[in-house]
Design a protein around this ligand. Structure first.
Ligand code: HEC
Length: 161
């Protein structure tokens, strides 16, 4: 379990991100590696990983949660590496929340898991807002329509009376 924590530290440390991704169990062929995915593809994956991470933690399947956390950490690191327009600082601020989630998983602490997931999710939205994507509002799933970790109604401020 502590592996997850070190993994997050490694993947989120400036300069170490590429090597963390290169350590994937299933690396791409050298030619395919040259082709970066579109940022929306990386983010679409991040959304699914975030969703599965939440449900795995809720079900106390800590091995699966650790796995999804690793994938999510990679996706966020990829966003920083492949896309110069994405401020690296917006990604590195995700490190602490990711570590808190890793801690909760390592200790099997459900309450800490939920609380740290909320902080992590705030980080998703802070970056979206700072990049003109405030309409992509991520939430921890609360039983809405799938994908349950996104809010589809417009922000209250812009809603017609
Ligand atoms: C460092 C900045 C940053 C962080 C952190 C970030 N995102 Fe994003 N995200 C973006 C940007 C920029 C876009 C818009 C990409 C575009 O329009 O091409 C985006 C788009 C998305 C989309 C829309 C993709 C689609 O096809 O509908 C989803 C969903 C998403 N992000 C989920 C997440 C989740 C979940 C997290 C947190 C676990 C997260 N993002 C964290 C920058 C970020």
């Amino acid at each position: 379990m502590t592996l997850t924590k070190w993994y997050v530290v490694l993947a989120m440390s400036a300069g170490a991100v590429t090597s963390a991704i290169a350590q994937s169990d299933f690396p791409a062929s050298p030619s395919a590696k040259q082709e970066a995915p579109r940022l929306v593809e990386v983010m679409g994956m991040a959304q699914i990983e975030h969703l599965k991470l939440w449900y795995a933690g809720k079900a106390k399947n800590w091995d699966l949660a650790a796995y999804e956390l690793r994938q999510l950490t990679n996706s966020l690191a990829e966003a920083a590496i492949f896309y110069p327009a994405v401020p690296v600082s917006n990604v590195t601020t995700m490190k602490e929340p990711l570590l808190a989630v890793a801690d909760a998983i390592a200790t099997g602490d459900e309450r800490k898991f939920a609380a740290s997931m909320r902080v992590l999710t705030d980080g998703c939205n802070v970056c979206h807002t700072s990049m003109g994507r405030g309409f992509i509002a991520i939430t921890v799933p609360a039983g809405g329509q799938p994908p349950a970790n996104q809010i589809f109604s417009p922000p209250a401020a812009s809603r017609k009376k």
